[in-house]
Design a protein around this ligand. Structure first.
Ligand code: FAD
Length: 383
């Protein structure tokens, strides 16, 4: 068997692995990014053209502040927009303790979040219909990360500074005789028999993580999330016309992004779905979740054609029992980033920074606000 040796191998060319690889290359490390599918692909969790970025609702802002700085720097480096600021509303009744607590957290962190009462909502966003007494927390810095471009820009930057990308499927991870790690590659599609030998391995395999790291498997649940797009004939719900992201997942399971990804179509998602394997994600019936989305659209967004979605897609979430990801070293040579459920994209520059620091033994250099202990694997009683 032939070996290719690298200092650090990163498995998974989604947004998490791509940022981890970029941080490693920035640190001057000989890094290889391994991806099973030809890039770009639509089979994992980072696909599609849009992801919400929000400060409101987070407990701490350090990872978000760092990430936004990196998104802006990447935007500058690649010369095209990666972020569209639209603002974000999070609805609920006045006096809702969760909303009040998060308004206080955001304001204490210097964010300009404020409460909009029902009259202000009606005046600013007449295309939204919520209960008469409901208002919303307003996060003016929320917006849309142009996900497909973000992913391509991260990988392009990685390549531009010397990183290598290899299309191949990792089939097994083993300890080599000299203590290094060997990653065997699947031998289909005419691939020569080859293995990657590395000093450090970073596994960012999204919903496939449990296959490569069986100790984590019992703690990870993979779901097929219904993603639906609804026609807005009025043009009022367009990002370009200042329509914001609607984040209502806590009370209703629903969040929506203004028309931007496909012209004239508003993206509405349910924060949940049937359990599914990534290869067969279209098999389980998503209709019960889509019906809830449809009822929400008809009740709260009457400008949309609520008869049926114009487009139906699915995307994979990887959930942990406490909904927090695992960003940790599992052994002396293996680091993992997984379980990002529905909120991993916005933080991915900070997550990549953490993964690279862990792989290089430089975790002491990470800012305390990155809360490394919170994301430890041992909290799941698996490592
Ligand atoms: C519908 C939906 C909406 C979302 N909305 C938001 C949002 O608004 N805001 C937000 O911040 N986040 C959001 N998220 C979450 C975010 O998109 C994910 O957390 C993030 O994309 C996870 O990226 P990943 O790199 O961990 O996984 P993936 O993108 O799945 O990447 C894993 C990669 O590893 C590769 N791989 C796996 N196994 C192997 C192997 N054996 N060999 C080689 N390669 C392998 C896969 O092919 C894949 O490319 C959303 C997610 C979904 C599904």
């Amino acid at each position: 068997m032939k070996h290719r040796s690298v200092s650090v191998c990163v498995i998974g060319g989604g947004i998490i692995g791509s940022w981890a690889a970029l941080h490693l290359a920035e640190a001057g490390v000989d890094a290889l990014l391994l991806e099973q599918f030809p890039l770009p692909h639509t089979r994992g969790s980072s696909q599609g053209a849009s992801r919400a970025f929000r400060y409101f609702g987070e407990e701490t802002m350090d990872r978000l502040d760092y990430s936004m700085e990196r998104w802006r720097a990447l935007e500058h480096a690649c010369g095209e927009p990666l972020f569209l600021r639209t603002g974000l509303v999070n609805f609920g009744p006045p006096g809702d303790p969760w909303l009040e607590r998060h308004l206080a957290i955001a304001r204490a962190a210097g964010k300009d979040c404020e409460w909009l009462d029902a009259a202000a909502i009606r005046q600013r966003f007449p295309a939204m219909h919520y209960p008469e007494d409901w208002g919303a927390a307003w996060d003016p810095e929320g917006g849309i990360l142009l996900a497909q471009r973000c992913l391509a820009a991260t990988q392009d930057r990685f390549r531009a500074i010397g990183g290598a990308v290899l299309q191949a499927c990792a089939s097994a991870i083993d300890a080599a005789a000299d203590g290094a790690v060997t990653v065997s590659l699947r031998e289909d599609a005419g691939q020569a028999e080859i293995a990657i030998k590395c000093e450090q391995l970073v596994v960012c395999a999204g919903p496939w993580t449990g296959r490569l790291l069986p100790t984590l498997r019992p703690a990870l649940k993979t779901l097929a999330i219904p993603v639906t797009y609804w026609r807005d004939a009025s043009g009022e719900c367009d990002a370009a016309r200042g329509f914001p992201i609607i984040y209502n997942a806590r009370l209703t399971g629903i969040y929506a992004l203004p028309a931007c990804e496909y012209p004239g179509l508003v993206k509405v998602l349910y924060h949940g779905g049937p359990e599914a394997e990534p290869e067969t994600r279209d098999v389980p019936d998503r209709a019960p979740w889509e019906r809830r989305v449809g009822a929400y659209v008809r009740e709260h967004l009457p400008a949309l054609d609520g008869h049926q979605p114009a487009i139906r897609e699915a995307c994979m979430y990887t959930m942990t029992p406490d909904n927090d990801p695992v960003i940790d070293r599992l052994s002396e040579r293996v680091t993992v980033g997984c379980g990002f459920s529905g909120s991993g994209f916005k933080h991915s520059p900070a997550t990549g920074h953490m993964l690279a620091a862990l792989a290089l033994g430089r975790e002491a250099e990470l800012p305390a606000g990155f809360q490394r202990a919170r994301y430890a694997a041992r909290r799941l009683a698996v490592a």
